[in-house]
Design a protein around this ligand. Structure first.
Ligand code: JF5
Length: 232
């Protein structure tokens, strides 16, 4: 999979060189290219923002650098289908594990990182004439820019790519793969600072362990995420 990220802070994406994603890149499973939007700003101060038409607080990202940056992405692979463009924003569609699965099946993703009050709306319109565009939200809070959201989305997607995680089972038995939160996990020692591992886990009764874990999943989900349970 190829992933392009356009940002005014390329250094923010440095963590994509680490750990599992860094290794996936070294192995050629993932081709990540980070681009500085200011390469496409041609005035003396390489300006990428301006005040909003209609007034209001803050600044808006100007469309011209974004138009050039998107054109450059498409032109970088003239024989390929264009990438799916993802734009992190608090006003986007909620990002989910199901969305991560869908995105992991794409050959090419591009991310547009907004800053300030956002990107001139015409950029999304222009892009949508050329490629699939999805506005995506990490839910109901506000970040200073899309970069941290990109880190989260790229990690959620990349770990689903064939070869990136060794143990395929560890991908299935996870929160949000089947609509319930995960059960609690324990390791040695069996007793630690007066706190004991639940007896059932030491019992060797696989049926009892599975039943206990499922009950824990339902209980946790009811407590922490009742929105995930079917209405009764
Ligand atoms: C951003 C305008 C982008 O704040 C976010 C965000 C929150 N959930 N998901 C993404 O993105 C940065 C802020 C303002 C555009």
């Amino acid at each position: 999979m190829r992933i392009d990220v356009v940002t005014i802070f390329p250094d923010y994406l440095a963590p994509l060189e680490l750990s599992l994603i860094g290794k996936a890149r070294e192995q050629g499973l993932l081709d990540v290219r980070v681009h500085d939007l200011r390469e496409h700003a041609h005035d003396r101060h390489r300006t990428v923002d301006d005040s909003p038409y209609g007034g209001g607080a803050g600044m808006v990202m100007r469309p011209e650098p974004w138009g050039e940056a998107l054109d450059a992405l498409v032109a970088s692979a003239p024989d390929a289908a264009p990438p799916r463009l993802l734009v992190p924003t608090p006003s986007g569609m909620p990002f989910t594990q199901a969305m991560a699965r869908d995105l992991a099946a794409e050959p090419w993703l591009a991310f547009a990182c907004g800053r300030y009050e956002g990107i001139d709306e015409r950029v999304m319109g222009y892009a949508a004439q050329r490629m699939p565009v999805t506005l995506v939200s990490l839910r109901d809070y506000v970040l200073n820019g899309g970069e941290v959201a990109v880190l989260a989305i790229v990690e959620a997607v990349a770990r689903l790519l064939p070869g990136v995680i060794g143990n395929a089972e560890s991908l299935v038995e996870e929160s949000h793969e089947d609509g319930l939160l995960e059960y609690p996990v324990y390791t040695k020692p069996a007793s630690w600072r007066g706190l004991d591992v639940p007896d059932v886990l030491l019992s060797g009764h696989h049926g009892a362990i599975a039943a206990w874990r499922q009950a824990q999943r339902v209980e946790r989900t009811a407590t922490r995420r009742p929105d995930l349970l079917p209405p009764d």
